[in-house]
Write a protein that binds this ligand. Structure first.
Ligand code: TRP
Length: 335
């Protein structure tokens, strides 16, 4: 049996280099080693921290263009990658109902990631039941597909731990049904944004997008914050901003940190930024070209989404049947 992974993203906009370094490369590695990859575009989760969700359809395409441009490959049947839209796989909502019954409220109330996100979105007493319970919904995203591994960022670890606890409870209370999946966290340090102090993220307006053109790249790198001093040295503790830019340069050029330090010894930040702009454009150019090709063929992309979503639903039906049997709700004399 091939290894199976499941992971995904909220469709809130195009993906940036932080996504690339942190999660896309990990998915590509699994895909290219022959794993079955299930990738969920989690549109319900967009609704957890906002009410205006009118851009979601557009953003599903944006995320999909980025996936395809970096090489996630749902057309090659050898590569077994399935990309699907959460709200269009009703088996996920079915499974959520069952899982919610074995999840203590005290547990969801303690989830640190939910607390942080609710705070960041200033939800206060307006926090919805959907926000509170989305980790249980995410447990359904995962358990419906019985994956071995879940490649995620650190912030998702509480959700994976909760998923495992829910699976364990269900298995113990009813019948051994779910395999316990394991989180895989990339060991590459998180990219900082262009402000040089916070994690790269869309909401902080400090990101370099995979879809950025060369003008945007030049402007963003020229105005990127650096640290005091002038030496290009990799030292995340003392030179966080420069170290993060060096990580980007490493990604774009393929050079390791020592080679980069040697290249810019005694030359200062100015030349480093010039070379960084060149390297980034060189790195992004093929991604941009592929992205452009898919963006002009939305019909093909839509078809891939439909196919992936159908495949996910079919796969989900199998697990759901086992869940119904486990709780004795298969009602085979009626239906
Ligand atoms: N919550 C994840 C994020 O914001 C997205 C996501 C939804 C996900 N369902 C998932 C990730 C299931 C892993 C597994 O990044």
């Amino acid at each position: 049996m091939p290894i199976r992974i499941l992971t995904g993203d909220r469709p809130t906009g195009p993906l940036h280099l932080g996504h690339y370094v942190g999660s896309l490369t990990e998915r590509l590695r699994f895909q290219n080693e022959g794993a079955e990859c299930f990738i969920i575009i989690a549109d319900y989760q967009v609704m957890t921290d906002r009410t205006d969700v009118r851009d979601t359809e557009k953003n599903i395409y944006e995320v999909m263009f980025d996936y395809l441009a970096v090489g996630l490959d749902p057309f090659d049947s050898d590569k077994k990658t399935t990309i699907f839209v959460q709200s269009r796989v009703p088996q996920l909502a079915d499974l959520f109902m069952f899982l919610s019954m074995v999840t203590p409220v005290a547990k969801v109330n303690r989830n640190p990631t939910v607390k942080e996100e609710a705070k960041a979105a200033h939800l206060g007493s307006k926090m919805s039941l959907g926000m509170l319970s989305y980790p249980v919904s995410q447990a359904a995203d995962i358990l419906l597909f019985q994956p071995d591994y879940i490649p995620v960022g650190e912030d998702q670890l509480p959700h994976i731990e909760m998923t495992r606890e829910i699976a364990r409870s269900f298995n113990a209370l009813y019948k051994e049904t779910f395999k316990l999946p394991e989180a895989v966290v990339s060991n590459v340090p998180k990219l900082l944004g262009l402000d040089g102090s916070q994690k790269m993220s869309k909401s902080r307006n400090n990101a370099i997008y995979l879809s950025d053109g060369s003008d945007a790249i030049a402007k963003k790198i020229k105005t990127a914050v650096t640290d005091s001093g002038s030496e290009v040295t990799y030292d995340p503790a003392r030179k966080p901003a420069v170290s993060s830019l060096m990580q980007i340069y490493k990604l774009a050029s393929g050079h390791d940190f020592e080679a980069i330090e040697r290249e810019f010894e005694g030359k200062g930040y100015g030349l480093f930024k010039v070379r960084l702009i060149e390297a980034l454009n060189h790195f992004l150019q093929p991604i941009r070209m592929r992205r452009q090709a898919f963006a002009t063929d939305r019909g093909q992309v839509a078809q891939m989404l439909r196919r992936g979503t159908n495949k996910a639903a079919l796969e989900g039906t199998k697990t759901l049947q086992r869940v119904r049997e486990a709780v004795t709700f298969d009602y085979s004399s009626i239906f």
